[in-house]
Design a protein around this ligand. Structure first.
Ligand SMILES: CC(C)(COP(=O)(O)OP(=O)(O)OC[C@H]1O[C@@H](n2cnc3c(N)ncnc32)[C@H](O)[C@@H]1OP(=O)(O)O)[C@@H](O)C(=O)NCCC(=O)NCCS
Length: 143
């Protein structure tokens, strides 16, 4: 059920190994690439989710972010905490000027998280919502 609103199928163990090996050596500024980061729960010593950003060559300075968390760790603010740190990374370290994200209108957990993060609703198409946040908006919300 955690993948209800996500495209594609879950990875096999082998695909996951290949994916992680590729991520480990990927230049963090590489374009037309997904940059994924595992989120580890320190006390439980396990990976509970991942966050990431797609950097596209036709959208310099912008990135499309995504997130997914283990259902056993929903509703406790972990995704929010991880995404706050991740947005600091994409704006301050990667130097992006804007992030965007899309989700299905029915995925209220996803757009609820985006709104808690201060992302603004940019528009609605069919069953989908688009959200965005500029570096300036992020800086203002962090004050
Ligand atoms: C989208 C997703 C990551 C949101 O996870 P989440 O746990 O709801 O998000 P948050 O970390 O912001 O947690 C918010 C909830 O924790 C609660 N909470 C408890 N302690 C908290 C704290 N210290 N800080 C913030 N929130 C806290 C909030 O009240 C809120 O509860 P509510 O949902 O009952 O209102 C999750 O639903 C998911 O993985 N979905 C499947 C994958 C998916 O659809 N990804 C997006 C594709 S577009």
């Amino acid at each position: 059920m955690v993948r209800r609103y996500l495209p594609g199928a879950a990875m096999s163990a082998e695909q996951a190994r290949d994916y992680l090996a590729g991520q480990a050596v990927l230049d963090e500024h590489a374009l037309d690439a997904w940059h994924g980061f595992a989120v580890q729960h320190l006390a439980d010593d396990r990976v509970i989710g991942d966050v990431g950003v797609w950097l596209a060559s036709d959208r310099p300075g912008a990135g499309d972010v995504g997130f997914q968390f283990h259902p056993g760790y929903h509703g406790q603010g972990y995704a929010y905490e991880a995404m706050r740190l991740f947005l600091t990374y994409v704006f301050d370290s990667l130097g992006l000027s804007q992030v965007t994200a899309g989700c299905e209108t029915a995925n209220s957990s996803s757009w609820g998280l985006m709104e808690r993060l201060g992302m603004r609703r940019l528009g609605e198409t069919g069953q989908s919502l688009r959200y965005g946040l500029t570096r300036e908006q992020w800086a203002a919300s962090a004050d």
